[in-house]
Design a binder for this molecule. Structure first.
Ligand code: SAM
Length: 180
């Protein structure tokens, strides 16, 4: 099982609307679309936790169909915060990311350009569970203490990649890795 965590997202979800300015909901949208449309998602070996810098936690099971239009996805989030989530989505607020992650099962990984250079296709073992944290922001670094929490910090490239590209690499590497 792979638990993907989009952490410290800048996205500002209010009960009435999503604030677009510097909020970047599209970054979460892209990542969730590719996660839930992946082969790993099809096999239900994946779930995604979205954590915002403003203390909101959304959990998406792999069978949730993510709307293709950004406006519809934003409406899904707003409805969820208002207490009307679609089946397979749950929402909590007022929790620290680390309290949530401590309850998750699996080896604790943080993806970071400053981490140890690792080939994800060689690293993951399908027989193991992983909780993989990826930053859901564009600038600066994590504000949650993910480096202290993680067993390992992994870099996949000498270049700074987008959140959704790192999510895609991790999902495909975990699906294709050995069952040994
Ligand atoms: C656009 S980056 C955030 C920018 C931030 N300045 C940084 O240095 O991480 C979004 C996230 O993608 C992941 N990421 C980006 N480049 C990576 C790389 N080369 N290796 C591993 N993870 C990477 C990290 O989790 C990062 O927080």
């Amino acid at each position: 099982m792979l638990t993907l965590v989009l952490a410290d997202c800048d996205m500002k979800v209010k009960p009435g609307a999503i604030h677009d300015e510097n909020s970047q909901p599209e970054l979460v949208h892209f990542s969730l679309m590719l996660a839930n449309d992946s082969k790993l998602g099809e096999k239900r070996e994946l779930k995604t936790i979205v954590h915002t810098r403003y203390g909101k936690i959304f959990r998406f099971e792999a069978d949730v169909e993510i709307p293709e239009k950004l406006e519809d996805f934003k409406q899904l989030l707003v409805d969820t915060v208002k207490g009307n989530p679609p089946k397979g989505v749950t929402y909590e607020t007022g929790l620290k990311l680390m309290d949530v992650l401590d309850l998750e099962l699996g080896e604790k990984i943080v993806m970071s350009p400053g981490g140890e250079r690792t080939n994800p296709f060689e690293f993951f073992k399908r027989s193991k569970d992983y909780v993989v944290v990826i930053g859901g922001f564009r600038k600066v670094d994590f504000i949650s203490p993910v480096y202290e929490w993680a067993d390992k910090s992994i870099s996949i490239s000498s270049n700074l990649k987008k959140t959704w590209s790192v999510a895609a690499e991790v999902i495909v590497a975990y699906r294709g890795c050995s069952l040994e």
